[in-house]
Write a protein that binds this ligand. Structure first.
Ligand SMILES: [Zn+2]
Length: 130
């Protein structure tokens, strides 16, 4: 079977169901990390249907703000699905952006990750919010 492009090449962005702390995850008996379904009762594990390297930078532009340096910069996107209830959504993991501090402060203030200043505008890429 030929491998198709991430999300069949269509634009994607995690919905309100995964934002503002609603998507959670944890490890189990090993070091593997599992995303948990935000709509099912309990801790239903989500399948990761596909992933893509959404962004890669040879130099991590946030290194100057930290004592310990990252090797490079990346953003990975994941397509998540719940076999139990049919939940289907997207999330991203990145080391370009939020990398420190108490997450509760970020969620309450909506502030800039490094300077803690309010963003001037929401960045838009291909018509979708980042
Ligand atoms: Zn579910």
């Amino acid at each position: 079977m030929a491998k198709s492009r991430f999300n069949k090449g269509k634009a994607y962005h995690g919905s309100d169901d995964v934002q503002n702390g609603k998507l959670k995850g944890e490890t189990c008996r090993t070091d593997y990390f599992y995303f948990l379904c935000p709509t099912c009762e309990g801790k239903q594990v989500l399948r990761v249907l596909e992933y893509e390297v959404r962004d890669h930078e040879e130099e991590n532009k946030y290194n100057e703000s930290f004592k310990v340096k990252a090797i490079d910069g990346f953003t990975l996107a994941f397509h998540l699905h719940c076999e139990n209830c049919g939940f289907d959504d997207f999330t991203k993991i990145s080391n370009i952006g939020l990398q420190h501090g108490d997450l509760r402060e970020q969620q309450w203030s909506g502030c800039n990750f490094i300077t803690h200043e309010a963003p001037d505008e929401v960045q838009v890429e291909d018509g979708e919010k980042l």
